[in-house]
Design a protein around this ligand. Structure first.
Ligand code: PMP
Length: 431
């Protein structure tokens, strides 16, 4: 059972450094922005992670979002176990993904058709292709401060001119002439791009709740104006709900805002902790996807039965128990309690939340809606807090710009323990 788990975190990380770039298979796991050696975890259970050293941590990272029911939820486990005894991957038509597709299309009115893929990145890549196919236009407009996976054309940030070509954010990606970048929460700048370049733009893609660079909560009026402006220019609107979907509201941010996109992308919660993503939207656009239409898209493991069974079991349970609504309330109380604890120890930090997503950051003079609003001490002061929290048995996502997640397994009792630990950790923030 313990194959590969022998050794402490330090020893395992040294071994990993020899076989994987930076010792990891996704960058944030390397603890680069908080320093120190990454903890190696060998078990997960409900709200807890257990390190190879046998220490248990209350986990607010929750695999960066998929585990809305907590780790190894018993009902999801039963469904997956049953699927393990039934079929793994067949590369053929099967009834399991059909159930999840019917569930999604019956709950989200704008998701008239859906296609399953294996990650959020793939979902975004495919949705962009559909938008280009549908409009015959080449350019994609994104926001500085929104993350859409490691799709080449999305690894860009604003260059010299707002509406000009932009330079790539990653080596190995050609400077994209196809992606335009707009600043968040700056309507005049966006309207200028719409005016000057609108007819070249196939789609605007946005996280309606930007949650990959802190939690940059936008106003409903702003998102509405973004969408209205796009529609005037014939630009398709893609909501990237990989983080927010099935978490902040049963219908995601689209439901919370009451705004429907043309296309949308999902990942994380939709697969219940297994590799799954999907993209979809209006049938007239999705009809363009192969084999119905000319936009090619395919995948050997697409709609994997284990993942789709985990996903449908998660979503059904969440709906039946009112998990999303209850978690929103639980997170609001946790947020307010944590703010109280920060005040108690004199730390000038606070917490923002939407649904069961929260972000811990220094107090700012006005709402933080774009990377331009970040308090200057955020990046420098977070690492000490992160490590102090670890010492108290609380595992936050290892980065100042990463959000945290509550799961159904985070009971009031566990949250009370976490608050005590985070209060003691917050002493290091008292400057
Ligand atoms: N879009 C958003 C909004 C995301 O949050 C993420 C992942 N953090 C992605 C796309 C990429 O998803 P994945 O990591 O599953 O490829």
């Amino acid at each position: 059972m313990d194959v590969g788990t022998r050794g402490n975190s330090k020893e395992l990380f040294e071994r990993s450094l020899k076989v994987a770039p930076g010792g990891v298979h996704s960058p944030v796991r390397a603890f680069k922005s908080v320093g120190g050696t990454p903890i190696f975890f060998s078990r997960s259970d409900g709200a807890y992670l257990e390190s190879v050293e046998g220490t248990r941590y209350i986990d607010f990272c929750q695999s960066f979002g998929p585990m809305i029911l907590g780790h190894r939820d018993p009902d999801v486990k039963a469904a997956v176990s049953d699927m393990l005894d039934t079929a793994w991957s067949m590369g053929a038509c099967e009834p399991y993904s059909l159930e999840l597709a019917e569930w999604i299309t019956s709950r989200l009115p704008f998701m008239e058709n859906v296609r399953f893929v294996s990650s959020g990145t793939e979902a975004v890549m495919s949705a962009l292709r559909v938008a280009r196919g549908a409009t015959g236009r080449q350019k994609i407009l994104k926001f500085d401060g929104c993350y859409h996976g490691h799709v080449d054309s999305m690894l860009v940030k604003a260059g010299s001119g707002l509406a000009g070509a932009v330079a790539s954010d990653s080596a190995g990606v050609s400077d994209s002439q196809e992606t335009l970048v707009a600043p968040l929460n700056d309507l005049p700048a966006l309207e200028k791009i719409y005016r000057e370049r609108g007819k070249e733009i196939a789609a605007i893609i946005l996280e309606p709740l930007p949650a990959n660079f802190g939690l940059l909560i936008q106003t409903k009026e702003y998102i509405q104006a973004v969408v209205d402006g796009a529609r005037k220019e014939g630009i398709l609107v893609i909501f990237d709900e990989v983080i927010s979907g099935f978490r902040v509201h049963p219908k995601g941010m689209a439901g919370l805002l009451g705004i429907e996109p043309d296309l949308a992308t999902y990942g994380k919660v939709v697969g219940g902790g297994f590799p799954l993503g999907c993209f979809g939207g209006r049938k007239k656009y999705m009809d363009l996807v192969a084999p119905s239409g000319p936009v090619y898209q395919a995948g050997t493991l697409s709609a994997n039965p284990i993942s789709t069974r985990a996903g449908i079991t998660t979503l059904r349970k969440a709906e039946k128990l009112g998990v999303i609504e209850a978690l929103t309330k639980r997170t609001e109380k946790f947020r307010d309690d944590l703010i109280g604890r920060f005040q108690k120890v004199g730390a000038k930090w606070t917490v923002s939340s939407v649904g069961s997503i929260f972000w811990i950051h220094p107090i700012a003079s006005s709402p933080i809606r774009s990377p331009l609003d970040f308090p200057p001490n955020l990046r420098a002061d977070f690492p000490a807090f992160f490590h102090a929290a670890v010492k108290e048995g609380v595992y936050l996502a290892p980065g100042a710009f990463e959000v945290g997640f509550l799961s159904w397994a985070h009971t009031d009792e566990i949250l009370a323990k976490a608050l005590d630990g985070l209060e003691r950790a917050a002493i290091v923030l008292k400057k």
